[in-house]
Design a protein around this ligand. Structure first.
Ligand code: TRH
Length: 364
């Protein structure tokens, strides 16, 4: 029997960077706006969250933003009642008082551990595996996002492509000659080498960089002690603008407006995919080079073109090759067509929020 669970709690620990809160905020918005659920998002670091959630105050314990209740997850945790569905994002470990509140409910909540995204085939065997709690009468379910029907799907808002296409039509009316590239990556990427390839490029390149941890590398490339949002630098064929760190919606617009996007981690990766533009993904670095396994699995699943594979190898594993960069630039029209096809194929699968809601409704 299908049961509608109205109240959902999402717990998010900002371990590193923006991906954890980026994914949680996106999911919370979708569950509230598209599925009419009442959402409480518990976040342990409101300062980082405020960077990508417009209007969020980093000093408020309890606030309403965009129809979602955002609660500060403090060490001294107090809660009146647990929700009907509880999402523990990325094994962030629920606080004990909350586990107690879950166990006190007359019907145990649906408890989901939302895992990290990977295209590796093993996730299909682990997706939706249960794990009973050792002490409480509670059962956690492992939920793996993914690129196949046997996994939990990818985050994708219902109106995403309508908004994207409207934005791209408007952008198409503005003619431009320079190649437009966005750059969001980790500081250990060969940033100076990429910028040098852009500067030496036969075609003008306009590189747009939202302010992030790579700003010192950018400044060093131009021989500057520092560089700030709003500043522009030029060298050879390269014009580079530092942008402020954008809201998630504005960041989408940036991805839609570029010919090529450099993205990283988990969430910007999938936003670049849905932008239907060629992109270069830098996975979050893991021990024992596990990120290279993730990269390989994705490039295979995505059926990436050989030149795109080469550029990924040069960008993520090194050594940098200008020729790999130039080959991608030369083949952009066909890569653009492929990016559109891959995006359309993956969008045929149900999105993560819709799949999650159906799973919870049928949970027994
Ligand atoms: O910030 P990240 O490197 O996050 C990472 C990954 O999620 C990784 O898998 C995880 O293990 C690690 O954190 C702890 O990259 P990601 O996932 O792309 O998250 C960035 C978020 O920031 C995403 O939601 C897009 C958003 N963003 C903006 O809102 N504005 C911007 O200007 C930019 C550049 C990004």
């Amino acid at each position: 029997m299908s049961v509608r669970q109205q109240r959902w709690d999402i717990f998010c620990r900002v371990i590193d960077n923006y991906g954890d809160i980026g994914v949680c905020w996106r999911l919370a918005r979708q569950l509230a706006h598209e599925h009419g659920r009442e959402l409480r998002l518990w976040v342990d670091d409101l300062t980082v969250a405020a960077k990508l959630i417009p209007g969020l105050r980093d000093d408020a314990e309890n606030q309403q933003i965009d129809g979602i209740t955002v609660r500060a997850w403090q060490p001294a945790f107090v809660v009146d009642e647990a929700a009907e569905v509880v999402i523990e994002a990325f094994a962030c470990e629920l606080p004990d008082p909350y586990l107690h509140a879950m166990a006190m409910r007359s019907t145990a909540p649906v408890w989901i551990n939302l895992d990290y995204l990977t295209a590796e085939a093993w996730t299909q065997g682990f997706h939706l595996q249960p794990s009973p709690h050792p002490r409480w009468p509670l059962r956690k379910t492992f939920y793996f996002p993914g690129f196949d029907a046997d996994t939990g799907g990818l985050l994708r808002e219902q109106d995403l492509f309508t908004r994207r296409d409207a934005c791209q039509v408007n952008a198409g009316m503005r003619s431009r000659t320079a190649l437009r590239v966005s750059l969001f990556c980790y500081p250990h990427a060969p940033i100076a080498a990429l910028l040098q390839s852009m500067a030496d490029s036969p075609r003008a390149v306009h590189c747009l960089v939202p302010e992030s941890s790579i700003v010192p590398q950018i400044a060093a490339f131009f021989g500057l002690p520092a560089i700030r949002a709003g500043e522009r630098q030029q060298q050879g064929a390269l014009t580079l603008d530092i942008l402020p760190f954008l809201t998630q919606d504005d960041y989408d617009q940036l991805l839609w407006s570029c010919d090529l996007n450099f993205v990283r981690g988990e969430d910007s990766w999938i936003r670049a995919l849905w932008a239907a533009k060629p992109f270069v993904w830098q996975p979050y670095r893991q021990q024992d080079a596990l990120h290279l396994v993730k990269l390989q699995a994705f490039l295979e699943r995505y059926q990436a073109d050989a030149v795109l594979k080469q550029l990924h190898a040069a960008w993520v594993a090194g050594p940098w090759q200008t020729q790999a960069w130039q080959a991608v630039v030369d083949q952009l029209p066909s890569l653009q067509t492929q990016a559109k096809q891959r995006c359309a194929q993956l969008a045929e699968l149900p999105d993560l929020a819709a799949k999650l809601v159906i799973f919870c409704e049928n949970f027994s």
